[in-house]
Design a protein around this ligand. Structure first.
Ligand code: ANZ
Ligand code: ZN
Length: 820
């Protein structure tokens, strides 16, 4: 046939591949090196969209390349199938989330198969499967045994729309990461993972990832962990009751202690209510009620008008002995540092704004040469000479200043040097139905009791027909039969914890499970994990830079400390793909600029869509679909496919003796493409393949002709290169060339180094035995041409000067010797 029928080709090969099962992990030659290629698993909230199409197409270039290179590849797929998106969608449709979720999973699986991603389909997993979440529960209990999962009562982020708490990481600019509603605070008893215990290691272990993770992601994690060096300083307070009390502050600038003129405590910290003078208590309570509405982002904003309440008590500056007022304000956060600060208005802008708003004293202690902040209203934060600072006066080294004040404080026992982290513990409990139940039982006599290991899993009850609408408590609390149990410890009446786990708990360890998805003795088979992990290449969106990637790193470190694995970082290399946009903007329903993947595939075929996405630009760059030409991609693929029909020498013919120029083009392409794939420059891989197709077409039509064995070699190479991007066309070409399927496992072409001749060589020109010029010339240059070039060179002409040329000895292409 001379036309390429996309649909029938797709149907044909899907069946063949299903029988061949070519991408089963462990199916490479014995002893082959193992490579784990991972792509972030999808939420089953609908069918696949353009974003999935892009990330999977890029990811699959790597996985398929590894197979071609002879590695044993683990490229698994599964679904992040618990969680709010599915639950909210199910509520809207008045369906059981399970029905909706599993139907979507089937739809997506079908789409992935049609999209021909080289997954090992035998390893499918869903985080909402009982066999999976029993181990999520098991891990929770193991973490708890290590003191890394605990419950505490404290103010938490609350999404009024989803009626559930949120982790700090799920609050994006004050909004719920999922639904966009403004997040408020509530006091609740909730479960946490103690990720703060790992803050320093999470920072340190990023160093070796410097070259293989996007620097943006590393910077975001560093910033999120937020390590600050500084000091804790103790201030003695005199309360109105006559009692005294010590309040600790965290400061990164203890060297400015002489400039501290008042103290501020977080208005919503417990401490504020404890120290406030009785006559100010009411005012404080009213103020706290007001600020509960503000987000942390608002509260820390420098341009926000300062507000606060004078608590009517005084504190003593430990170095000046001066008495200073204590205020409560919302610009100090309750859960950062110690929830209290020493205000140094001269050198901290927020403190200065506050001082000016409430007429509090400003004292400059670092002279930076700028105008005095007291007059300018602009705090100076840089280095300068210390003034009004006792022993520091006249000095000007900040590091030294900080160290010497810490020394003084430590000697007197009124402070210590310390490191503070911005990272908070991970709030993991959710008041929603569709998640892994927390395997804890609450007993009035025994307190919190872990569900015994042999009673796992705690199966999520079927609440079909029940109202799952968020009401602030988990719908599980109303499932009487499920909730009421005997205490495993005393046998008395007790209740199950009715919260479920954040889905980020599920996704923090799924890549371990893929190594042995049917293992029943633990979350994973240690040997299988030793074989495959860590992940060699992880591909996914930058939106997971903090949440998922930080949590996964934390889980991996805990598993390491539990002795279950011997590495500490899960993902050796990370690639963040760009976004697929349309007409310059993100695709969205409200803009009406969505592009339907299914329709695109129906119109142009899978290969053309995949090729378009890979060819669009560097993988990390955004793709504007409006600028793309899937029709052009399809035309190119048909051109490539036609080559296979034109090859006229039999399969198995040795390429030796074939046309040299074409053979060189082929081998140079393979050599270059190998480096391009290793360097993740997949778009250039496509460009080089296109060039090889054009060169081969010329060779068939005008050059050595279709019988030349170099043509077969070139077309076979095109098929193999295309197998990374356009698997259907590649397979069809391979068959037309007389091979058995599958081209995906044909093996990477071997490069013959003798065919990689350089385009130019350097010819040396000597005059009177001295080198006077170096010329870049073609290796095939004739002696006459080389002589002419040499004699025309400016330096050579100068070197000869007035002398008479007696003899020119030419050894093309390397040497010209001029005798005068
Ligand atoms: C005195 C001081 C003087 C400060 C100065 C800064 C400059 P990072 O680097 O982010 O850790 N701070 C401490 N706890 C706070 C809280 N709970 N809410 C709001 N602000 C708080 O910032 C640490 C600095 O932020 C601390 O150092 C403290 O102000 C303030 F010239 O103390 B500093
Ligand atoms: Zn009990």
């Amino acid at each position: 046939a001379s036309t390429y029928d996309v649909d029938s080709v797709q149907d044909k090969w899907r069946k063949v591949w299903e029988d061949l099962d070519p991408f089963r992990a462990g199916s490479a030659a014995p002893g082959a090196e193992k490579k784990y290629a991972l792509t972030m698993f999808p939420y089953p909230s609908g069918d696949l969209h353009m974003g999935h199409a892009e990330v999977m197409a890029l990811h699959d270039v790597v996985a398929r390349y590894w197979w071609q290179r002879g590695y044993d590849v683990l490229n698994p797929i599964g679904w992040d199938s618990f969680g709010l998106p599915a639950e909210n969608a199910a509520i809207k449709r008045d369906e059981n989330p399970a029905v909706f979720t599993y139907a979507n999973i089937e739809t997506q699986a079908e789409s992935f198969k049609r999209y021909a991603i080289s997954f090992d389909w035998s390893r499918r997993l869903n985080t909402s499967d009982v066999e999976y979440y029993r181990w999520t529960q098991w891990l929770f209990l193991k973490f708890r045994e290590r003191g890394l999962a605990y419950r505490k009562f404290s103010p938490v982020n609350w999404c009024p729309q989803d009626q559930t708490v949120l982790a700090n990481e799920q609050v994006v600019q004050g909004m719920c990461e999922r639904c966009g509603a403004e997040v408020t605070k509530r006091e609740l008893s909730q479960w946490y993972f103690k990720v703060t215990d790992y803050a320093q290691r999470l920072l340190d272990d990023m160093v070796p990832l410097e070259d293989s993770w996007p620097s943006k992601v590393l910077a975001m994690q560093r910033n999120w962990i937020g390590r600050s060096e500084g000091a804790h300083v103790d201030f003695d307070l005199e309360l109105t009751s006559g009692e005294s009390r010590t309040v600790k502050v965290f400061t990164t600038r203890p060297d400015t202690l002489y400039g501290a003129t008042f103290m501020v405590v977080a208005a919503d910290a417990k401490m504020a209510a404890e120290i406030v003078a009785p006559e100010r208590a009411e005012e404080l309570a009213a103020y706290v009620a007001e600020i509960r509405k503000a987000t942390d982002i608002d509260r820390l904003a420098t341009d926000r008008p300062k507000s606060g309440v004078d608590l009517g008590v005084t504190a003593t500056n430990p170095v000046t002995g001066e008495s200073m007022p204590v205020w409560a304000s919302d610009y100090v956060l309750a859960d950062y540092g110690t929830g209290a600060i020493m205000a140094v208005p001269a050198h901290d802008q927020r403190d200065l704004d506050f001082a000016r708003a409430f007429d509090l004293p400003v004292r400059r202690v670092v002279d930076t040469g700028e105008e005095n902040p007291e007059e300018s209203g602009i705090a100076t934060t840089g280095a300068g000479t210390y003034v009004q600072s006792g022993p520091l006066d006249g000095k000007s080294d900040t590091t030294e200043g900080i160290a010497s004040i810490i020394e003084v404080l430590e000697e007197r026992g009124t402070g210590t040097g310390t490191v503070n982290f911005r990272l908070r513990d991970w709030l993991l409990s959710r008041q929603r139905y569709w998640g892994a139940p927390i395997p804890i039982i609450h007993c009035e006599t025994c307190g919190e009791v872990a569900v015994p290991e042999d009673q796992l899993p705690v199966v999520l009850p079927d609440l079909s027909g029940a109202d799952l609408k968020p009401q602030g408590v988990s719908p599980l609390a109303a499932a009487e039969e499920w909730v009421n149990v005997a205490c495993p410890s005393c046998g008395g009446a007790a209740k199950r914890d009715s919260d479920t786990m954040d889905t980020f708990v599920d996704s923090s360890w799924y890549y371990f499970r893929y190594c042995s998805p049917d293992y029943t003795e633990g979350p994973f088979d240690p040997q299988a994990v030793r074989d495959w992990m860590p992940v060699a290449q992880y591909v996914g969106g930058v939106e997971h830079a903090i949440l998922h990637l930080l949590y996964s790193r934390f889980f991996t470190k805990v598993l390491h400390d539990m002795g279950m694995i011997d590495f500490e970082e899960p993902f050796t290399a990370l690639l963040n793909q760009g976004e697929v946009i349309n007409e310059g903007r993100g695709m969205s329903k409200s803009l009406g600029n969505g592009v339907n993947l299914g329709e695109m595939i129906d119109e142009y075929g899978v290969d053309a869509i995949r090729l378009t996405l890979v060819f669009a630009g560097p993988p990390e760059a955004d793709i504007d679909w409006a600028d793309m030409s899937p029709g052009g991609s399809l035309k190119f693929l048909q051109r490539a496919w036609r080559l296979a029909g034109d090859v006229a020498c039999p399969v198995g013919t040795s390429p030796e003796g074939g046309d040299t120029a074409l053979r060189q083009a082929t081998h140079r392409t393979v050599a270059e493409v190998t480096e391009l794939v290793e360097g993740q420059r997949f778009n250039v891989l496509v460009a080089r393949t296109m060039e090889l197709v054009n060169t081969t077409r010329k060779a068939i039509d005008a050059g050595p002709g279709p019988e030349d064995p170099a043509v077969r070699e070139a077309v076979e190479t095109v098929a193999i290169l295309l197998s990374l991007v356009a698997p259907y066309v590649a397979e069809e070409m391979w068959e037309r060339l007389g091979h058995e399927p599958t081209v995906a496992r044909a093996g990477w072409p071997t490069v013959d180094p003798s065919l990689l001749v350089q385009d130019t060589v350097t010819a040396v020109v000597q005059v009177k035995g001295k080198v006077k010029a170096r010329l870049e010339v073609s290796p095939e240059i004739s002696e006459a041409d080389l002589e002419q070039l040499a004699l025309a060179d400016g330096d050579v002409v100068r070197a000869i000067g007035d002398a008479v040329v007696r003899k020119v000895i030419v050894r093309a292409p390397k040497l010209v010797n001029i005798v005068v």
